[in-house]
Design a protein around this ligand. Structure first.
Ligand code: CA
Length: 223
C-alpha cells in the first residue's frame, strides 16, 4: 500500500483529502504545520508528500527546499492557492515535482498522484527505503536526511541489495557480485561488511529490518 503524507493546515481540507485518498486505497497521514511536515518527511517511508504552500511557521516552499537539500527525493506534489503564479514557479524551483492549484477536482488529484508514483519507480532519482536515500549515480547516501559516508565496498554491497529487493542472496552470490568471481575470500568478509553496512543503514543494527539474515541461506534485503 502506497503511503502519502499530507501537510495542510486547514483542517477541513486536510480531512477531505485524507478521506478521499484513503478511499482510493492509499495509507494516509496528515500533519498541520511545516515543522511537523518536515519531521514526518525526514522520518521516511513515504511514497509521496502532498505539501501545501501556505502553512503556519515554516511554509511549504521552505519544507521542500530543506528536504531536497538533505537529499530526500520523495515525490512532492505542491498545493498552491489560486492565482499565485509565483508560488507555482518557486515550488518547482525548490524541487517540487508537480503542483496543483486550489480548488482542484479529486479526479485531477488522483491522476497527478498516479503519474508521480509511476515516475518515482527506482533507478532515476535514486532509491529510497525506510528513512534512507541512496543515489547510486552520485554515490551519496543519506539517513534521516543526514549524509552518511559509505566505503566503496559498502556502496557496492548496498547497490547489489537494492537491485534485488526481497530476494535471497547467498554468501556466494554476495562474494561474486560485491568482490568479483576470481577473488579468494572467506565468508567472514561478507559477515563483516554486512554488519558494517547495518550499522550505517539500520535504526537498530542488532535488530535489522532491511538486511535480514536467513540462517543457512544468506541475506534478504527488505526495502
Ligand atoms: Ca494553507
Amino acid at each position: 500500500m502506497k503511503r502519502i503524507l499530507i501537510v495542510e493546515d486547514e483542517p477541513v481540507i486536510a480531512a477531505g483529502l485524507q478521506d478521499d485518498l484513503e478511499a482510493e486505497g492509499y495509507s494516509v497521514q496528515a500533519v498541520s504545520d511545516g515543522d511537523a511536515g518536515l519531521q514526518s518527511a525526514r522520518a521516511g517511508g513515504w511514497d509521496l508528500i502532498l505539501l501545501d504552500v501556505m502553512l503556519p511557521g515554516r511554509d511549504g516552499l521552505s519544507v521542500c527546499r530543506e528536504l531536497r537539500r538533505e537529499g530526500n527525493g520523495t515525490p512532492i506534489l505542491m498545493l498552491t492557492a489560486l492565482s499565485r503564479e509565483n508560488e507555482r514557479i518557486t515550488g518547482l524551483d525548490v524541487g517540487a515535482d508537480d503542483y496543483l492549484t486550489k480548488p482542484f477536482a479529486s479526479g485531477e488529484l488522483h491522476a497527478r498522484i498516479r503519474a508521480l508514483l509511476r515516475r518515482a519507480t527506482p533507478g532515476v532519482a535514486g532509491h529510497g527505503f525506510g528513512n534512507c536515500r541512496f543515489d547510486a549515480e552520485s554515490a551519496r547516501f543519506y539517513k534521516q536526511g543526514k549524509p552518511v559516508e559509505l566505503t566503496a565496498r559498502e556502496f557496492k554491497m548496498l547497490k547489489v541489495f537494492l537491485a534485488e529487493p526481497g530476494k535471497i542472496l547467498s554468501i556466494d552470490d554476495l562474494l561474486k557480485k560485491v568482490w568479483g568471481p576470481e577473488m579468494f575470500l572467506t565468508d567472514r568478509v561478507v559477515y563483516t561488511h554486512v554488519n558494517n553496512l547495518r550499522a550505517k543503514i539500520e535504526d537498530d543494527p542488532a535488530h535489522p529490518r532491511h538486511i535480514i539474515s536467513l540462517r543457512g541461506l544468506g541475506y534478504r534485503f527488505d526495502p
